[in-house]
Design a protein around this ligand. Structure first.
Ligand code: FRU
Length: 521
């Protein structure tokens, strides 16, 4: 061992000790969410390998175990039986001679098409990008490619496939990553989509090991204001019809509507070779236009769980609750980043065309401790709704229904605050006809000028005369499902002290709150 290595090991040992302390004091850590998934210590980004098998939802994630900033990537691992409580498990995949372990997906190979199964049990198969730092440093362009690993013990241990990579980068495309694999029942084959800078590549396979390139999609559609990453492609029913469509989720960085990283989506059809846009959807994604899954600043690289049982039938999504604009700078200590709450996606026919609607998964209702009914009332100015409730830990869920006011009302919404005068406001702006999120006075933000500089907006999609806002607040984040999930915003913030007051506001005039519920979580 050389001197540098010894020093490094020493630091790591110290660090492991620190990590242990951090675990013990997790509950008292500033900004540590209570019901969102966070790594026990150190850096996390994208969710990976989300698959359901034998009663367990697996969550793997981009993980750097030696620091709270991005570094050589591993796959961290956790499992849950209810999508609410997570058990941390040891690191699942470590870098090897082919490179770091970047984002990817996992499936249950029910029919043992790969031959990796044992004792009549299907293997879990993970397919991910490997990134070779050596090749990149050597100035080559083919430093990303797709590899495979399998598990015969419910994801606890993994064996890397001896013939990796399964898809080499013969085209020498620098951004060539984030494979998402799905079984297509119609064409009876495995389908993989991955991102190649400004488009997605579609490959198919019969055995998960040998893959054929079928087609490319996306150069002409949606926004290209950033690099395309982390696609997901799945078949989904159109609510209330017998029809199904294919949806392509496509994250990109930068280029999101309020800045930095975000996720657009496209609706179409898949014939076993090509993804083609649904003609009704084309006008929404022409000339650089995009349709967004979430208008907040902090929902990136999200994908959906594989192998949710048919009788459940949901398409469950989770994203990384941060933004590359400032992710490595946010003021948390032992760890960096949380995941969003899990959401169920539905495809609906709306006046604007086919649109995804997001709802918090119903399992989250198990978190509700106390329910407080907020009486119907007229709000003019600020009205405290904290009275009589307990806001311990600033973890609450709020369901509010307002009657849509008219001019001269300019804004209505919810303001969180603390004794230091720090505030986070979220609501609806009548002049812009858009939902707003304002974290410009929400506390710590000197870490990045891109964090809180402006108010963010999300155009309303509904014409309903009632306006509904469903919020999940977890110390350092607010997820809003507005108008039954047709507009979603996810935003993080870092108050110096937890927010302990919730007020409703109406600016410019009065608004009627029809009904409201506040739940302690
Ligand atoms: C998205 C991303 C992926 C990549 C991973 C690396 O946030 O850049 O494209 O696989 O993070 O950690």
């Amino acid at each position: 061992m050389n001197k540098q290595l010894v020093l490094l090991c020493f630091i790591c040992t110290l660090f492991a000790c620190k990590t242990h302390q951090n675990l013990k004091t997790a509950a008292s850590e500033p900004h540590r969410p209570k019901f969102h998934f966070t790594p026990q210590a150190n850096w996390m980004n994208d969710p990976n390998g989300m698959v359901y098998y034998e009663g367990e939802y697996h969550l793997f994630y981009q993980y750097y175990p030696n620091a709270t900033v991005w570094g050589p990537m591993h796959w961290g691992h956790a499992v849950s039986r209810d999508l609410v409580n997570w058990e941390h498990l040891p690191i699942a995949l470590y870098p090897d001679s082919l490179g770091l372990i970047f984002s990817g997906s996992a499936v249950v190979d029910w029919n043992n098409s790969s031959g990796f199964g044992q004792n009549g049990k299907p293997p879990l198969v993970a397919i991910f990008t490997q990134h070779s730092m050596e090749k990149e440093k050597a100035g080559r362009s083919d430093f990303q490619y797709q590899s495979l690993a399998y598990s015969n013990d419910k994801g606890r241990t993994w064996t890397k496939y001896k013939n990796n990579p399964i898809i080499p980068n013969t085209l020498k495309i620098r951004d060539f990553r984030d494979p998402k694999v799905v079984w297509d029942e119609d064409s009876k084959q495995w389908v993989m989509v991955f991102a190649a800078h400004d488009h997605i590549k579609i490959w198919t396979s019969k055995d998960l090991k040998n893959w054929q390139h079928q087609s490319d999609f996306g150069r002409e559609w949606g926004t290209h204001a950033g690099v395309w990453e982390c696609p997901d492609m799945f078949k989904i029913k159109v609510d209330g019809t017998g029809e199904s469509k294919w949806v392509l989720l496509q994250s990109l960085n930068p280029g999101s509507p309020n800045g930095g990283s975000g996720t657009q989506y496209l609706v179409g059809n898949f014939d076993g070779k090509n993804f083609t846009l649904d003609p009704s959807f084309a006008s929404s994604v022409q000339n650089g236009n995009a349709v967004w899954l979430d208008y907040g600043r902090d929902n990136y690289a999200g994908v959906t769980w594989s192998d949710i049982p048919k009788k459940d039938g949901r398409r469950i999504f989770m994203g990384w609750m941060s933004n590359w604009d400032y992710a490595t700078l946010v003021p948390t200590q032992a760890w960096r980043s949380a995941m969003t709450i899990p959401r169920s996606l539905n495809l609906q026919n709306t006046p604007n065309g086919l649109r995804l609607v997001s709802q918090p998964v119903q399992e989250l209702k198990s978190l509700r401790k106390n329910t407080y009914t907020i009486e119907s009332q007229v709000i003019n100015g600020l009205k405290d709704i904290t009275t009589g409730t307990s806001l311990k830990d600033a973890t609450i869920e709020l369901e509010l229904q307002f009657e849509m006011p008219a001019a001269p009302v300019t804004q209505i919404g919810i303001q969180l605050s603390n004794a230091l005068g720090e505030t986070y406001s979220i609501g609806y702006d009548l002049v812009r006809q858009a939902f707003l999120s304002d974290r410009s006075k929400s506390g710590k933000q000197a870490f990045s000028e891109k964090f809180g500089a402006k108010v963010d907006f999300a155009p309303r999609q509904s014409n309903d005369k009632f306006i509904r806002m469903h919020l999940f607040i977890d110390r350092a984040s607010c997820e809003m499902f507005a108008d039954e999930g047709t507009v979603v915003t996810t935003n993080i913030f870092f108050p110096t002290e937890d927010f302990n007051k919730v007020q409703l506001f109406s600016k410019g005039g009065a608004v009627t709150l029809i009904s409201g519920n506040l739940y302690n979580l």
